[in-house]
Design a protein around this ligand. Structure first.
Ligand code: HEC
Ligand code: HEC
Ligand code: HEC
Ligand code: HEC
Length: 132
């Protein structure tokens, strides 16, 4: 009898493990901002968590920033918003339009660090899986 229970427990644990690893495969792997309704390029590859870990970026607001009166707020972040919630397709004043916002953020850092892709086809990789 006891053995039966242990077996059931082990099976349940195995099932949970499989379930969590299946779920984690749905992590963000490309940038797919809904504001680009008819994208010209394949969505840019960006394995969110893995990228930030490898690149050693600790602060979420390195990308998910908040501005007040034209100044970046140190200890606030906006990860609950899409970039397009603030950046329109066209620029407005000193606020870059959406595509430029992405390119400046992504490519800008890669150029500054001398690490990470800077060529169109290295980010916009054809045949890349969608976010779904
Ligand atoms: C190198 C830039 C960068 C950093 C650093 C970063 N993110 Fe993101 N994150 C993005 C981009 C780009 C998107 C997609 C935004 C869009 O589609 O408009 C995103 C989307 C998200 C989303 C929503 C989309 C999803 O399906 O997961 C969450 C939640 C999120 N980030 C949380 C975080 C947290 C928490 C941190 C810090 C631990 C963080 N991010 C650090 C770039 C970054
Ligand atoms: C809560 C609103 C908000 C969100 C969300 C937001 N931004 Fe911004 N961003 C701004 C504002 C406002 C400015 C303009 C600051 C100024 O006037 O100089 C700005 C400026 C920028 C700039 C130019 C200055 C700089 O930091 O280099 C880039 C690049 C940029 N955003 C990229 C992004 C990206 C990429 C995302 C999503 C990961 C994002 N922004 C999300 C509000 C936002
Ligand atoms: C603050 C700096 C920074 C920002 C912002 C940034 N990256 Fe990176 N990225 C890096 C560094 C550093 C590497 C190299 C990591 C290594 O050593 O392999 C990298 C590597 C990459 C790679 C190569 C594969 C990988 O995941 O490591 C891709 C693709 C990439 N970045 C895409 C993006 C995209 C898309 C964005 C914007 C949404 C972005 N990056 C924003 C610093 C940054
Ligand atoms: C470091 C990565 C990176 C590089 C290099 C890069 N892009 Fe992007 N680009 C992005 C991200 C992230 C977005 C936001 C939405 C997405 O994934 O398509 C974007 C958006 C775009 C968009 C608007 C959405 C669409 O598909 O219509 C165009 C057009 C575009 N890029 C063209 C280019 C061209 C042309 C080059 C080379 C000159 C280039 N990109 C280089 C990351 C990159």
């Amino acid at each position: 009898m006891k053995r039966g229970i242990v077996f059931i427990m082990m099976s349940m644990m195995a099932f949970l493990l499989i379930l969590t690893s299946a779920l984690s495969q749905e992590d963000m792997v490309v940038v797919n901002d809904p504001a680009f309704e008819t994208p010209q390029r394949p969505a840019a590859v960006f394995n969110h968590d893995q990228h930030n870990e490898t690149a050693g970026i600790d602060e979420c607001n390195e990308c998910h920033h908040v501005y007040e009166d034209g100044r970046r707020v140190e200890d606030e972040s906006s990860e609950d918003e899409n970039c397009s919630d603030c950046h329109g397709l066209e620029s407005s004043g000193s606020q870059p339009g959406l595509m430029k916002a992405f390119h400046t953020n992504c490519k800008g850092c890669h150029e500054k660090d001398g690490k990470g892709p800077v060529m169109c086809g290295q980010c916009h990789v054809r045949g890349q899986a969608d976010n779904g």
